[in-house]
Design a protein around this ligand. Sequence first.
Ligand SMILES: CC(C)(COP(=O)(O)OP(=O)(O)OC[C@H]1O[C@@H](n2cnc3c(N)ncnc32)[C@H](O)[C@@H]1OP(=O)(O)O)[C@@H](O)C(=O)NCCC(=O)NCCS
Length: 130
Amino acid sequence: MTENNEKGLKTETSITEVVFPSMVNQYGTLFGGNALQWMDKAAWICATRFSRKMMVTIASDRVEFKRPVIKGDMVELCARVKKVGRTSVTIDVFMYSEKALSGKRELATKGEFVMVAVNDQGQSIPVIDQ
Ligand SMILES: CC(C)(COP(=O)(O)OP(=O)(O)OC[C@H]1O[C@@H](n2cnc3c(N)ncnc32)[C@H](O)[C@@H]1OP(=O)(O)O)[C@@H](O)C(=O)NCCC(=O)NCCS
């Protein structure tokens, strides 16, 4: 899923992953660090498709692990542009778990990621060309 705003900039994107055995903790549920990695990846893809600039993560906030995700589940990460600043874009990321056989889906984790546009020297630059 990739949606465009009125200026033709892509504001939404989603990626799907699978919870393999190596990704779970000792309780058989998805390790939080793996969830954060996927969420950061989805935020980066969303911000990059929106800006078509080099983007780096400067902050993440309000990450909530609401439901456990278990081995064998699929997860869909839905990212969307929430706010556009001068050099930054704030992305909301929602991670849904999906049972492989029944298709049952529920919100597992959500969070906010702030991505900054940078140049070749790693300095922040405007997200939107003036
Ligand atoms: C990205 C980087 C170049 C920005 O440096 P900078 O230009 O001095 O940063 P600024 O303080 O001016 O902030 C840049 C933007 O981020 C926003 N920002 C900074 N800190 C923030 C925070 N804690 N929460 C939300 N937004 C924040 C600022 O409001 C600004 O946005 P705006 O221009 O849209 O108003 C620098 O912080 C950096 O290199 N960070 C490391 C990035 C990285 O390696 N990420 C991977 C981490 S694993």
